[in-house]
Design a protein around this ligand. Structure first.
Ligand code: F6P
Length: 537
């Protein structure tokens, strides 16, 4: 799990070529499925085979490092002994690359049990095997590793104190960061330190339709339209019924703390959980941008105080403000600078060159005095760390450009694909990142009659659409991907028709408009009454 998330994080937010080398995959290619006897260090025959696989994978890691000067190879293997590690260090250092170890420790029986179950269910080594036999075999394998395991830098081999390493026990939140230097190594340490082991669920929603959406204008800081207010109410209901609810703890866990119960059930969507009577309140979080339209969308969400027993000491009670809104500047919409507040038609008409430039390279194109998607990716990196850090279900009420990036990161899409993801209005996208995939479900809460939507971006006048368009300049040869909609199998069919995807906009230097980076909110959110009667005050 750490490997995959770390690789995605480094590729997506730091544009680094990353490759994960999984020892077991190489081993399976050479010898197929093997039983625990293969991992017995006293078995000479299998030791020879293991060494052979090890040489193979190390050679490929070295080759990757030689051919990718700025790359990062992640070697996913046990490296449980000093002998293994020291040989690896020699091989990698001979390529001129730096080496860093991440040793993951876990002494929590329940969590180990959960991990083992996941491995047995997911590993090709146990494909088609009866569960109990697979469990027995895996436990034997673990025992064999325990017999030879030497923690890194135990004091026995002084050379190891010169290695760069992180030792982490995510369950206890305990970390040793040793000799970790430089920007990237520290970024990696920071990322790993904020990971959790429990799966977490989050919900993405654009703000309800804004007055600018209705008028076909981009950006701005308008309030909600009437349709937007209706959506805000429906979203509050959804929060009440789904986001803040989870299945009741079963009788055998009834004596445990509420926190422990909610941890164990957190992966289950309350939507699937049967009737309301069997649900209980769970602590949940709410984030918005600092812009009026997201705050107004959050206005009907019920806030209340909950008492939560401490995970380790149930006598200690924490106060939790349910769905306390937290407004982040990082989540403000991509700032269109001098084009802020214009319609796409106006931009194309007044600034055709800019319009064309954006169509050619939507990812890197920066609005004059505004931002590009690359800028937005950079400012969303801390948000991803924050999202990883939390365990409670999280609702983010954001903007199209912002949610595209968050969605793309979790879905494993590339940076180049991210500006084309379709994030429709009036829809909550439920995401459950797992070890290998992120499960996604769309909840369409409201349907605006199409004429009223105001979200249909104009087709570029030169007739190009995102489908047919040339290339991103920094990805020469890679066609611009078609717009990405939430996977059809789990997406209600008509969602895409409400989304606004096409080759988009831009503008030109020197026109009127904002300065600086993304904007801050200057006005407080309006109440529903103010939205419906804009002149009442
Ligand atoms: O149209 C709604 C909106 O959120 C605008 O405020 C923003 O400029 C735009 O979407 C971002 O989409 P794109 O990058 O495709 O223009």
């Amino acid at each position: 799990m750490i490997n995959i998330l770390l690789a995605r994080y480094l590729e997506f937010f730091h544009a680094i070529p990353v490759k994960v080398f999984n020892y077991n995959e190489y081993r399976r290619k050479e010898y197929g499925k093997v039983s625990n006897f293969f991992f017995d260090n006293s078995n000479n025959e299998s030791m020879e085979k293991r060494e052979k696989v090890y040489a193979l994978v190390s050679a490929e890691v070295s080759e990757f490092m030689k051919t990718h000067a700025n790359g990062i190879a992640i070697l996913d293997s046990t490296n449980a002994t000093f002998k293994r590690r020291s040989r690896l260090v020699d091989i990698i250092h001979s390529t001129g690359a730096k080496m860093m170890f991440i040793e993951v420790q876990n002494n929590d029986a329940a969590s180990i049990d959960e991990q083992v179950q996941k491995i047995i269910r997911g590993s090709p080594d146990y494909d088609g095997e009866p569960f109990d036999a697979a469990l027995h075999d895996f436990q034997q394998k673990l025992e064999k590793y325990k017999q030879v395991y030497e923690t890194i830098d135990s004091g026995k081999y002084p050379i190891e104190s010169t290695y760069n390493y992180i030792k982490c026990d995510l369950q206890r939140g305990h970390f040793i960061i040793h000799n970790v230097r430089g920007y990237l190594q520290q970024k990696i340490a920071h990322f790993v330190m904020n990971l959790r082991t429990e799966p977490h669920i989050f919900y993405l929603s654009r703000h309800g339709q804004s007055e600018y959406n209705e008028a076909g204008r981009i950006g701005g800081d308008s309030g909600l339209s009437k349709h937007g207010v209706i959506y805000a109410r429906k979203l509050a209901e959804f929060v009440e019924k789904v986001i803040t609810k989870e299945p009741m703890a079963s009788p055998d866990t009834a004596n445990n703390t509420q926190q422990a119960a909610s941890d164990s059930k957190r992966t289950d969507s309350a939507t699937d959980a049967g009737h309301a009577a069997s649900l209980q309140e769970r602590p949940a979080r709410l984030w918005t941008s600092t812009m009026r339209r997201t705050k107004e969308t959050a206005q009907f969400i019920h806030k209340s105080v909950m008492s939560i027993p401490d995970k380790f000491n149930p006598e200690l009670i924490h106060e939790w403000m349910q769905m306390r809104p937290r407004a982040w500047h990082h989540l403000d919409e991509l700032f269109a600078g001098s084009c802020d507040g214009m319609t796409y038609e106006e931009i194309e008409e007044q600034f055709p060159e800019e319009f064309a430039r954006r169509n050619e390279d939507k990812l890197a194109y920066r609005y004059p005095r505004g931002e590009s998607y690359l800028d937005v990716i950079a400012r969303l990196e801390p948000m991803i760390i924050e999202m990883e850090r939390h365990r409670e279900p999280l609702l983010i009420i954001g903007h199209q450009g912002i949610l595209r990036i968050i969605y793309a990161f979790y879905m494993g899409l590339s940076r180049a694909e991210s500006p084309y993801v379709s994030i429709p209005l009036n829809t909550v996208i439920e995401c459950k990142p797992g070890a290998f995939v992120c499960e996604v479900k769309s909840h369409v809460l409201y349907k605006i009659p199409l004429d009223d939507d105001g979200q249909n971006e104009p087709k570029a006048s030169h007739g190009h659409s995102a489908h047919a368009h040339p290339i991103c300049s920094h990805l020469a040869g890679t066609p611009i991907p078609p717009p990405i909609t939430i996977p059809a199998a789990i997406c209600e069919k008509d969602i895409a028709s409400h989304s606004s995807e096409s080759a988009i906009s831009p503008h030109r230097t020197g026109s009127s408009g904002g300065s600086g980076r993304y904007r801050t909110n200057s006005l407080p959110p309006r109440t529903e009454e103010e939205v419906n009667n804009p002149h009442s005050h």
